[in-house]
Design a protein. Structure first.
Lengths: 151, 189
């Protein structure tokens, strides 16, 4: 029947193990030059891979941050609701056109009203409109306007 | 998130141990180099953005999985499971404890090291590596992660996908086996 090692036996075994591995560690320095050089080359290759991976990670992080910045500041035109943004952008143009139409209509209405008033005044006056084409009557009006009326 | 410099420093710290561990597993230096390279690339590519303190365990898992993938590619999965089945082998606990007691050295390790010549140290290292290579796969993995990679029991269990109790058992048996084998060769640590 096997029995578990005592604490003292474990400590003894531990000491022997460390003496053995100390000898093994001394042997590390005795490795041939060719072996150590190949190990160095492998190490440098691994570090270069690490460097490349790190640079790729930095680029990805930078791209992600930039994309996020666009979204937050300017918005991304490729994302949905393009037709809505176009519609909203056209509102000022529509407002300008509507304003011009209204202004034009109002101006025409005003001119028509003035012409209508003149026509109405001519037609409703006691004098017939043909009187204004009579040279004698024109002369009378000039004379009347130059001579002030006495009250 | 680990920086390039932190990743580079981490890989520099673990690459040699990772290579040796892979050699212990696959017993082929070229394959071990490929496995370590593959593991490094996977770590950098997929987990380079993880915190630096998570890298050790992630790398150990990737290294283990890459080693298993290598075995699968080599169609030697059966051999791996043969190693795993070794875990079921019975161990006479009490007698092994005695091995540990007699093998443990209490002297100053650095003083002993100073007395050794470089050649002797290399021979000792080779003997230790050979014995580690002979360990069952799971015991070796647990032992190396726990003591060489200095991971704690919980981290080792997480990396190996087993319980903490299993890690302790694997480690203890590995140490018993190693201490016996090194003692038999007359190697003093």
């Amino acid at each position: 029947m096997k029995s578990a090692p005592t604490l003292r036996q474990e400590q003894t075994a531990d000491r022997i193990a460390r003496q053995i591995t100390a000898r093994l560690s001394e042997g590390e320095a005795l490795l041939p030059y060719e072996i150590t050089e190949r190990l160095r080359a492998s190490r440098e290759q691994a570090v270069s891979i690490r460097r490349r991976e790190a640079s790729v990670l930095r680029v990805q992080t930078s791209t992600a941050a930039s994309a996020q910045g666009n979204t937050l500041t300017l918005g991304n035109p490729d994302e949905g609701n393009g037709w809505w943004r176009t519609l909203v952008s056209a509102i000022p143009v529509f407002a300008l056109i509507a304003g011009l139409v209204i202004y034009n209509s109002d101006t025409e209405q005003s001119m028509l009203s003035e012409v209508t008033e003149v026509d109405t005044a001519l037609l409703t006056d006691d004098l017939p409109p043909a009187a204004y084409s009579d040279p004698g009557f024109i002369q009378y009006l000039k004379t009347s306007a130059a001579t002030p009326t006495e009250h | 998130m680990a920086t390039e410099q932190e990743l580079s420093a981490f890989l520099k710290d673990v690459e040699k141990r990772a290579f040796k561990r892979s050699v212990f597993h696959v017993r082929d230096e070229e394959a071990a180099l490929d496995i370590v390279q593959d593991s490094m690339l996977k770590l950098a590519q997929h987990y380079g953005d993880k915190p630096v303190n998570e890298l050790p365990m992630l790398f150990q898992r990737i290294l283990s999985n890459s080693t298993l993938d290598w075995f699968r590619r080599q169609k030697t999965q059966k051999a791996v499971f043969t190693h795993f089945s070794d875990l079921e082998s019975s161990v006479d606990g009490d007698s092994d404890f005695d091995w540990l007691e007699t093998y443990a050295t209490n002297g100053d390790a650095s003083a002993a090291s100073n007395a050794e010549s470089l050649t002797e140290r290399k021979q000792t290292l080779q003997s230790i590596e050979k014995e580690i290579q002979e360990l069952p796969a799971r015991q070796r993995e647990a032992f190396l992660m726990r003591y060489w990679e200095e991971m704690d029991v919980a981290e080792t269990a997480a990396a190996m996908g087993c319980s903490e109790g299993s890690v302790k058992t694997h480690c203890f048996r590995a140490i018993q086996t190693l201490s016996k084998a090194l003692k038999a060769k007359g190697i003093e640590l």
